[in-house]
Design a protein around this ligand. Sequence first.
Ligand code: ADP
Ligand code: MG
Length: 189
Amino acid sequence: MTRMLIIGPPGSGKGTQAERICAELAIVAISTGDIFRANVKGETPLGLEAKQYMDNGDFVPDSVTNRMVRDRLAQDDVTDGFLLDGYPRTTAQVDELDDILATAGVALDVVVQLTADDEELVKRLLGRARDAGRSDDNEKVIRHRLDLYREQTEVVVARYAERGILAKVDGLGDIDDVTARIMDAVKNA
Ligand SMILES: Nc1ncnc2c1ncn2[C@@H]1O[C@H](COP(=O)(O)OP(=O)(O)O)[C@@H](O)[C@H]1O
Ligand SMILES: [Mg+2]
């Protein structure tokens, strides 16, 4: 049973690694970005609200994101563990998650921070823009998302470091190697 977060700048490989780690640990992956994208595609009210922010590389407002995560974490499949990818990204979201987990009487086991330098991140994201055509993967929006990560999400990482549950993992190099590094971090948590 593992309850964990994966945090890192856009392009650091969170989604790729989340899928692999969840398969290994038999826990559910919850990606706020994926949930938002599915809602945009389905043209739901949530998707219609989120789209403008996502296309500009801005965060969807905390009130909207927090409600969505609260609802998702109330479902039955999270009782055997979960990995959150892309949440929390702001300190208000940290507070919300603390409240959700405290109410459920559970705690996080480990927070993995995936690191990579900006040059590599921009290269990967521009590659993804060419291949997959995600509407938020163009250079201007990419730079903005990196800035937001530095401005808002690095303090989130610091909060978990203070609690002694942060594991910093190098996200550069072979995908299998990165997965092995994360698995080590989880085992040693
Ligand atoms: N926790 C969150 N708070 C606010 N907005 C979010 C959150 N998670 C995802 N989003 C929205 O979805 C977009 C894409 O998220 P995501 O797929 O996680 O990006 P990446 O993995 O490239 O960092 C973000 O730029 C933002 O607009
Ligand atoms: Mg992602």
